[in-house]
Design a binder for this molecule. Sequence first.
Ligand SMILES: *[C@@H]1O[C@H](CO)[C@@H](O)[C@H](O)[C@H]1NC(C)=O
Ligand SMILES: *[C@@H]1O[C@H](CO)[C@@H](O)[C@H](O)[C@H]1NC(C)=O
Ligand SMILES: *[C@@H]1O[C@H](CO)[C@@H](O)[C@H](O)[C@H]1NC(C)=O
Ligand SMILES: *[C@@H]1O[C@H](CO)[C@@H](O)[C@H](O)[C@H]1NC(C)=O
Length: 561
Amino acid sequence: MATKNFFVLFYLISVLPLLSISLEEYEIPPSVLESIPGGDWVLLHSSIGLSAMHMQLLHNDKVVMFDRTDFGPSNLSLPTGRCRFDPNDVALKTDCTAHSLIYDIVSNSFRPLMVQTDTWCSSGSLLPDGTLVQTGGYNDGERVVRTFSPCSDDQCDWTELPEYLSVRRWYSSNQILPDGRVIIVGGRRVFNYEFYPRNSMNESSPANYYMSFLKETRDVYEENNLYPFLHLLPDGNLFIFANTRSILFDYVGNRVLKEFPEIPGSDKRNYPSTGSSVLLPLHLSGKNETQLPEAEVMVCGGAPSGAFHSTDHSIYVGASKTCGRLRVTDPEPKWVIETLPMARVMSDMLLLPTGDVVIISGAANGTAGWENAVNPVLNPVLYLTYEPDPARRLNVLNASPIPRLYHSAAVLIPDGRILVGGSNPHRLYNFKNVLYPTELSLEAFSPPYLAPQYSELRPSIVSVDPVSYRQMFSVTYVLSAYRAEQGISVTLMAPSFSTHSFAMNQRLVVLNVVSLLQLSSFEYQVSMSGPMSPAIAPPGYYMLFVVYAGIPSHGVWVKVE
Ligand SMILES: *[C@@H]1O[C@H](CO)[C@@H](O)[C@H](O)[C@H]1NC(C)=O
Ligand SMILES: *[C@@H]1O[C@H](CO)[C@@H](O)[C@H](O)[C@H]1NC(C)=O
Ligand SMILES: *[C@@H]1O[C@H](CO)[C@@H](O)[C@H](O)[C@H]1NC(C)=O
Ligand SMILES: *[C@@H]1O[C@H](CO)[C@@H](O)[C@H](O)[C@H]1NC(C)=O
């Protein structure tokens, strides 16, 4: 039967070079693969010379990675005999090694970068022009902002803006805003937020804004709410989650608009009980310019209260086994709890171009912090966001051979793979006589959709029109095996700044496809409108994917403006 349909389709294609495909045929969401392969791990480098604690993908297919300057010497030398002289460094005052690098995805090569002040446990965002803005750190770096502008030659490096931040920002979280500014929220023992660029136009506006929620959610040790989870919602307000509580926050008026119910169970979800959180895909299909898409947040993993201090006595409490989903745009949102196949703390959660979520790296016992976790979880879990059957929603994928614990990171790259690096649960680089040595390796994980048996179903993008808010645009792609019932969708993925299991600015927008045209035997043109507003997709670079039958194309960079 299928063969016959195929024959008819090919016949039609050969006689009808311009075939408009009716709306119902592609309104179906990307279909779930019948059986899910386990994905593949590849070791890209046994050593990149430093531990990839922080990672940011740039729109020139390069990834900036850095750890911290006070780990002692890394295994990557600074170029041309350069050294860093730092009287404030607690490990090494003269250091001729690099603590940051830029990795080139296409050539699988990297070069060292020079960072002067300490970037440990910091945060970051991309600006609308693609410049990476990194904020804060530790010691002499705690108030520094550093920028890195992508370049096509190998000349670009960090620029440091000393004393830029109004207060120290160590373990804070960032989010790009609709107006292109970045909000920087919290940090260790810091209960306020501020902006980059700072408000220099108006002398009377404060340098930062107090936020009582951060003070209320800290625990007795004043640290159990670090790297709060921030998500920009379609109405322009922020969802902020710390520990077990979450709020809808108006950062302009500096007020809490709503407090959501606490996530059920006593597990904490933020550093050091490090879980993770994603804003699930925003669907624009069927929405007109005045209707906002629904928004749903998912938080997974973490550790019970007290787990951090139990590690002082070498007791590694079992991590959280639950995920909660909250439709924050519902009038009365309620958490829906699901159980993971295994307990997880310090796992990264990454949105895939298909709208599904990968939960990767981390441990089953303990918490974040020095020597605080055991029992690494080597298997990623694929969470099928749209799978109605709970028994099929969570899928255990193939294991990596390398434990990725505290100070590891992961990012999605345009070819659909996930770069995974880092892990250093020690105060210095430590390669010997420890259970989990410092990891300098870099791996790539290919999710199930990259399995060779799906290559026929993989769209290949030929051209993309410029993408502007509310403007119609088209994408042309090639696909060798089209079947109408499998559905086509077009998604925009924001590249995230990933550290401490939280991918800041991560965002997937599923566009509102309005027509699909067959141009020739294997060539199609899909048309849709750009995102309705910068609150739905803040200005900047995105990876655009065409997804057919659950298989994404290679992502193509577009600048949404
Ligand atoms: C890093 O360098 C140290 C000192 O040279 C060496 O002992 C170690 O094997 C290197 N580790 C890696 C993973 O390259
Ligand atoms: C400057 O900031 C103050 C305090 O936030 C505000 O009341 C005032 O309207 C601002 N002035 C201008 C010109 O934006
Ligand atoms: C958008 O859709 C809503 C709900 O269907 C409707 O009330 C509204 O009039 C529509 N607005 C426009 C501009 O079409
Ligand atoms: C990890 O946690 C589980 C569940 O609490 C517990 O049974 C197990 O003993 C712990 N493992 C270690 C190595 O502490």
